[in-house]
Design a protein. Structure first.
Length: 257
């Protein structure tokens, strides 16, 4: 989207009914020639029940670039309001009722092409933009690793509601994010876990609704490149016991003592 030059430009989404919003994902442009990546800076995320975005409460963060932002507000309207008189450019805005937990884990990948393409880049909550691929984490094939993978591991098993993945934006390099697989479980070996869904290309959101200590993105091919991975959960499950038999899949009760 691209607005005209007004005062406090905004974009807003109306939900069917009010919901508690815990995570907001914003994808921005990075056209350096015209500085479009700066045209949401500064902005404010608003969530509430008033159709007038300026009357809804703020999530309490100042948006200066695309990224993953935490929020804990209830509302029917979710919006982004510009705090200056510049154009507003925006590629994508997503809102979730679950918390993003990927930054609480440790990222790893099967092979690192160079030190600038480290495993922690896809879970960096800041500076998410459509660019020439400079923000991607790149896992490249080596002789010993014909099927590259990237993963994030938590200190204990977590209940995972959904995983959201954005691949490589670079024109002509989208193939580096084709034929991706999602695996979730308690094994450090990706394929010893449960495969969730089918085969994914470029960008996807997949419901998981299962427990796992590790979340892996795997590709059968030569190269895997990822821009952003968001792991969403509505329960950290620490101090809880749960039914892992598959009958409920949810925490049962708090441990006493």
């Amino acid at each position: 989207m691209h607005t005209d030059t007004l005062n406090n430009d905004w974009v807003q989404v109306e939900l069917i009914a009010p919901a508690r919003i815990k995570t907001v994902l914003i994808v921005n442009r990075e056209d350096t020639e015209y500085a479009e990546h700066e045209r949401i800076s500064p902005s404010d995320i608003r969530v509430g029940n008033d159709p007038d975005i300026s009357l809804n409460p703020s999530c309490g963060v100042t948006v200066t670039a695309g990224g993953v932002f935490k929020c804990d507000l209830v509302g029917k309207y979710i919006g982004l309001i510009q705090l200056n008189t510049e154009h507003m450019n925006l590629c994508e805005l997503r809102a979730y009722a679950w918390e993003s937990i990927e930054t609480t884990g440790t990222a790893a990948q099967s092979y690192t092409f160079n030190t600038d393409l480290s495993a922690d880049r896809p879970i960096d909550p800041s500076n998410l933009w459509i660019s020439n691929g400079s923000h991607t984490s790149s896992v490249h094939q080596s002789v010993a690793e014909p099927n590259p993978w990237w993963g994030v591991s938590f200190s204990s098993s977590r209940y995972i509601n959904m995983v959201s993945v954005i691949g490589n934006f670079s024109p002509g390099d989208e193939r580096e994010s084709e034929d991706m697989e999602l695996w979730v479980g308690d094994s450090l070996v990706p394929t010893e876990n449960t495969r969730i869904g089918g085969t994914f290309n470029y960008k996807f959101e997949q419901a998981v609704n299962a427990f796992g200590k590790h979340v892996f993105i795997r590709r059968v091919g030569a190269t895997l490149a990822l821009t952003q991975v968001v792991v969403l959960s509505d329960c950290d499950c620490r101090g809880l016991t749960w039914d892992k038999s598959g009958t409920t899949g949810f925490p049962l009760q708090a441990e006493v003592g």
